[in-house]
Design a protein around this ligand. Structure first.
Ligand code: ZN
Length: 319
């Protein structure tokens, strides 16, 4: 099972709160090849995993995977593979979803934290490939960071490292975490919209996308809001460089998809403000919304007996 003509099939499941992405890849000497990929509405409730197993079987058909990886949005106890808490998928709380799914799919599987999966994929086979020390920053509603060294995320003594969104400067606005002046309170997706609404006296409800669109159309308030946000991001980039001196910084997440308004100005400001810092290459992420699913494929690969660290820089997408 799992091999046909010497090819190993690996399955990545990026299990999100609203959508689930499933990606089937073949491992070939030249790299990992995408065979098929699909996005489903996430099955919810107690029977979610049985439904998910059915959807996966429909996608893989006779090409049964040697192993699968599955992302979990929330706190995961790696040793027991149990979901401690997940706000977006609460029906998984207290369960070991990869074990349950493994029994239904008849293949071994492993659960991984969604942010760690996406960061690992970007570092190993996305924008960071070929380098062994990468800091990955995800700019979304929340801001997450991950330091990927030799293909593994440095989790920290309590599994809590990488919270760059909540490194506080002590002044400025109050963040949802209770501190003042966090990066997330400046550039977190929902904050950008709220800041623009405040700035022009409009009722709340704008999104980050709206702000970027308005700036593009010449709206001065939107330009000011983005200017403040990219200044804060520049300061955080300098902080990352001062603290860990990474070989590259990769910026992903929804906000990174408007590079002209977010990533490029932040990098320009960081370059201008740098004093002792040695800025590494700072690049936009390459895997887009599929980063988590590729990260799950890499976890599957490790579960099937391959180790990612030994092939750093050699894993390529060939499809
Ligand atoms: Zn905070």
């Amino acid at each position: 099972m799992g091999r046909s003509g010497g090819v190993t099939a690996l399955l990545g499941i990026d299990y999100g709160g609203t959508h689930t992405k499933v990606l089937l890849a073949h491992e070939r000497p030249s790299g990992l090849e995408r065979v098929s990929a699909e996005i489903f509405r996430t099955p919810r409730s107690e029977t979610a995993l049985s439904e998910l197993a059915g959807l996966v079987r429909g996608l893989v058909r006779s090409d049964r995977p040697s192993a699968f990886g599955m992302t979990v949005a929330g706190i995961l106890d790696d040793a027991s593979q149990t979901v401690v808490t997940s706000t977006n998928t609460p029906w998984l709380n207290g369960r070991a979803p990869a074990r349950e799914l493994a029994a239904q799919l008849g293949a071994p599987g492993v659960a991984v934290h969604d942010g760690a999966a996406a960061a690992t994929a970007e570092a190993i086979m996305g924008a960071g490939r070929g380098r062994d020390d990468i800091f990955v920053l995800a700019l979304g509603t929340g801001i997450a960071g991950a330091h990927v060294i030799n293909g593994s995320v440095r989790r920290g003594a309590h599994g809590a490292a990488g919270e760059i969104g909540h490194v506080a400067f002590g002044t400025g606005r109050r963040c949802s975490c209770g501190q003042y002046g966090c990066l997330e309170s400046e550039i977190g997706g929902t904050r950008l919209g709220a800041r623009w609404d405040e700035e022009r006296g409009a009722p709340p409800g704008s999104t980050a996308r709206d702000v970027v669109d308005a700036a593009r159309a010449g709206d001065a308030a939107a330009v000011r809001v983005l200017d403040a946000a990219t200044s804060a991001l520049a300061q955080s980039l300098l902080g990352v460089v001062a603290l860990i001196d990474p070989g590259a910084i990769v910026i992903g997440g929804g906000l990174a998809r408007s590079p002209k308004w977010i990533v490029e100005p932040a990098v320009a400001k960081a370059t201008e403000r740098a004093t002792f810092h040695r800025l590494p290459p700072i690049m936009a992420a390459e895997l887009g919304v599929w980063a988590g699913a590729w990260g799950a494929v890499l976890a599957a690969r490790a579960a099937a007996g391959g180790t990612n660290a030994s092939v750093l820089g050699q894993i390529r997408r060939v499809g």
